[in-house]
Write a protein that binds this ligand. Sequence first.
Ligand code: ATP
Length: 207
Amino acid sequence: MTYVVGLTGGIGSGKSTIAELFAELGVPVIDADLVARQVVEKGSPLLAEIAAHFGPEILLEDGALNRAALREKIFANETQKHWLNQLLHPAIRHEMLRQLAAQQAPYCIFMVPLLIENNLTALCQRVLVVDVSEQTQMTRASKRDNNQLALIKNIMQSQVSRSERLQHADDVINNDVDLSESLPQLKQKVLDLHHLYLQLAEKFNEQ
Ligand code: ATP
């Protein structure tokens, strides 16, 4: 069984950046956001169920999900939002478990923005937190998302605090450092963790 390292961090903390460094070492990365999109991809039974419930207007012309239209349907409508979540959450969880179980590598990185908020730490043997100051989060996320600072602040409010996230961490990567100067240090840190995880994975599979 593959050893699962949950990788989390707040918006704009650098999860994708760090996941990429693990991927460069040949470690498989399972991206929870991607899984959430895969379960409702064009032609999927779940998307058909959603379209049957909300009407074909939640589909784009090519049959893919029109996310904006669906968001509008559930916006300010708790009943519909609940209906959708009841359908999606178990399906996403099931697909995550399926993808984790299919891994052949000694360990994998399971990248989940809301790992702690959604209690997905239960699916992990270890938790790696990418940690940055709130100021860095705002600077980097707003630079990436065209300065939508109010939206970014809202998202940060909906996520666990930096200190609570750190309480769940087995390992922490501090990503406040600027990549232009510190890529070699970050790569070294990832390499050290890689060796640790290979050891832990071996012990885990001996049990
Ligand atoms: P989200 O959950 O919001 O999608 P994330 O945690 O996956 O974000 P990234 O997409 O990796 O974060 O990083 C956010 C932005 O900050 C990106 O534009 C990325 O290039 C930049 N970035 C990440 N780490 C650093 C760093 N150490 N120095 C400079 N820029 C960085």
